[in-house]
Design a binder for this molecule. Sequence first.
Ligand code: SF4
Ligand code: ZN
Length: 419
Amino acid sequence: IHIEIVDIPVPITVGAAFEGQQIRSDDMYVEFGGQRTTAFELVKKRDKDEVEDGNVELIGPDIDEVEEGGQLPLGIMVDIYGRDMQEDFEGVLERQTHHFCNYGEGLWHMGQRDINWIRISKEAKEAGFTIKGIGEILYAKFKSEFPSIIDRLQIRLITDQDKVEEKLEEAKARYDKRDERMEKLSDESVDVFYDCTLCQSFAPDHVCVVTPDRVGLCGAISWLDAQAAYEIDPAGPNQPIELGETIDEEKGQWEGCNKRTEKESGGNVTEVNLYSMMESPMTSCGCFEAIMAMVPEANGIMIVNREHGGQTPVGMTFSTLAGSVGGGNQTPGFMGIGKTYVTSDKFIQADGGIARIIWMPKEFKEQLEDDIKQRAKEEGLGEDFYDKIADETVGTAAEEILPYLQEKGHPALDMDPLM
Ligand code: SF4
Ligand code: ZN
């Protein structure tokens, strides 16, 4: 393999060693996204004449035009032309922006797609780092890590509010298209699953098992993405898992998944159920889009998404929960997930499925409204099941929402005990 060594023209050190470093709000000069401003990242395959190789461009105000501790919108557009580039590779390459940004000392990245969140430290700014530097790092890393599929690469960083909003529409259409392709597949329709060990850089025991019905918990690696990643790099972090013997169909336990998880977790996790959160659930690293937690008082579960800052019926906010659930452990009763797993027909089927959901933040619930209604219908719960799920307007403590669940006749109250 030919590996291109590229110099990165930025005044900060760039290396995998810096991944996992935090930038606290006191140490930050400027931030983008994180529900504070409009932000997104998009990797897109383009035609040859649409991409000017090496062009790294900032469109809008730069770092010195904001005050210390300030915020800006940011659209990161990575345009790729390559003879061997496929549309199927976009999602996998896009996920790399997370890692590549975190390689920069004084640069921090969280999330993906249009819920990303980026910070530049005061120290980096002091050293002369500018927003364009993000593009320089991405250009150099993409070029050196994927020489076989990238012939031409250009990066656009957009900090102009109107322009970000305009391009966000293009990004959303792309995300939707990727999600639609995935919807046509199911766990029964494929022969292999894939693992993902990309997050072991900061959660050494963590293994995502990615299946058509269950996206990686970051929400950024679908089964198709994992398949594409394996095609791009057969020795990389996504390896096919031959399922072998089915140990428990209801819980979603296969010999092959157990063995792989055991191997990749260094022997720490020996059993994993893909369709349960109560018994040998999948491990959680730290990038989950949402966290599920049991609410014993209601015999059900709540799901809180990363964007939600408020209190939840288990007495913890998302970030407090994240602290106790993450790190690569199995925590029965709690689990980090990708959002689309909620409306998968395998969603904790061993624990009672979608009928267990008793609370979600209003905004998150509305995001999934159509799919929840559809799934509820399929499960014979009726379309009005959607209205039986409480949200923060009903209450944020178990005793506040219980009367609501009783009044609405929520099915979880009559189900088998969760524990
Ligand atoms: Fe891979 Fe899972 Fe990390 Fe996503 S959360 S990058 S699927 S290991
Ligand atoms: Zn992770």
